[in-house]
Design a protein around this ligand. Structure first.
Ligand code: PMP
Length: 383
């Protein structure tokens, strides 16, 4: 039996979406062509945009399809701003994009031990640059430690200084309905998301903006998608994205995922010595204000090199990661974990486990039975 624990990196294609894809595989027209073949493809893209707008409770005109969240993030950073203010734990596509587009930018906002951005620092940066057009970049939920930022409050703060707020919503996107976040979205100016984190295909993402599209520069030249993302649209993948959002978890399904995640943590913590949680506390969604993605677990297992453990687990059919898949080729320890105060050794002893609604609670016992002896083995081999 294999256990996939890397839903934050990518999700399998939803079974309904899978069937929809097979039913539409024969469609090959160019959505910009004036004939029937083209129109059928255009209809698919229009329907997908409508489904996504309904899911987000926004207007279809505000949505642009991209090749993924990385491209949507890049497009967001082309906003014609004078100054950028960004959180230290943004996705690598944002961090690298800022380095390239704003080489002298200085307003990197630190986070606390649980990954929450320092709002006072944001305010100071806005106040110090109040004569400028400020773009503030805060990821809604972190891909490694699951921290959910208080975007409603941050949006009010940014707007009180006349700034523009860009939110990378890639990880929280599947939970928008369950968490009832459509009112918060109305206060966000720019937002990005990705299809392959919510049962769709890779290579498709979404860029939402209530700011006029003229205020951005193209990431691919051409006429499609308001001239910001040129090139023939990936009709099938866009259509699949629009289908996928019909099947996002309900509140009760989310609570079930959260219970399973908490149980998995209890099993690991009580059967392996020196296991610590990275990121916000695990809470019960029904009783307390939650500030962590319901499916995310990130644990530090003292004295255990994470890549050794991940490889051994892989050979047993248990799939998890050391952090962001996008940084897995980077040998340096996770910058997210370092920003919340871990040292190199602790960061390199941490693993991320992310589950979904199909996670069988019985797997928690199997997992702790598999992981505990491996941890002992790795620790003994170092003595
Ligand atoms: N932002 C976040 C928070 C992510 O987790 C990811 C995927 N790892 C991305 C952006 C990039 O998404 P994509 O793979 O669609 O480019």
């Amino acid at each position: 039996m294999s256990v996939y624990l890397d839903y934050a990196a990518s999700t399998p294609i939803n079974t309904h979406v899978h069937d929809w894809i097979l039913d539409h595989l024969e469609l090959f027209g160019n959505p910009s062509s004036p004939h029937q073949q083209g129109k059928e493809c255009r209809d698919i893209i229009d329907t997908a945009r409508e489904n996504l707008a309904e899911y987000m409770q926004c207007d279809t005109e505000n949505i642009i399809f991209t090749s993924g969240a990385s491209q949507a993030n890049t497009l967001a950073l082309t906003y014609h701003a004078d100054n950028v203010i960004w959180s230290a734990i943004e996705h690598s596509s944002v961090i690298e994009g800022i380095k390239y587009l704003y080489p002298s930018a200085k307003n990197k906002i630190s986070v606390d031990i649980n990954g929450f951005v320092n709002q006072r620092q944001i305010e100071r940066a806005l106040s110090a640059n109040k004569d400028m057009k400020n773009l503030v970049v805060v990821q809604w939920a972190n891909n490694e430690i699951g921290t959910i930022q208080d975007i409603a409050t941050i949006a009010d703060l940014v707007h009180s200084y006349g700034g523009i707020l860009f939110v990378d919503a890639t990880q929280i996107f599947p939970w928008l309905k369950a968490m009832d976040l459509s009112e918060v979205i109305k206060n966000v100016d720019i937002l990005s998301a990705s299809a392959h984190k919510c049962g769709g295909m890779k290579g498709t993402g979404l860029f939402y903006s209530s700011v006029p599209f003229d205020d951005f520069s193209p990431v691919v030249f051409g006429h499609q998608e308001h001239g910001l993302v040129g090139g023939t649209e990936n009709t099938l993948s866009i259509g699949a994205f629009g289908e996928a959002v019909k099947y996002m978890p309900t509140f009760m399904e989310m609570v079930c995922v959260l219970d399973n995640r908490n149980y998995l943590y209890d099993e690991l913590k009580s059967n392996i010595s020196n296991v610590f949680l990275n990121g916000p506390e695990l809470k019960d969604w029904l009783n307390e204000k939650n500030t962590r993605l319901p499916n995310n677990l990130n644990i530090l297992i003292d004295d255990v090199q994470n890549d050794t453990l991940i490889q051994l687990l892989d050979s047993m059919g248990i799939y998890c990661s050391g952090g962001s898949a996008c940084n897995s080729h980077v040998l340096a320890p996770s910058y997210v974990l370092k920003e919340i105060g871990l040292n190199d050794k602790q960061a390199n002893s941490s693993i991320r486990l992310s589950i979904d609604a199909d996670f069988d609670p019985g797997a928690s016992i199997l997992l702790r039975n598999r992981i505990a002896p491996l941890v002992d083995l790795i620790r003994q081999s170092k003595q």
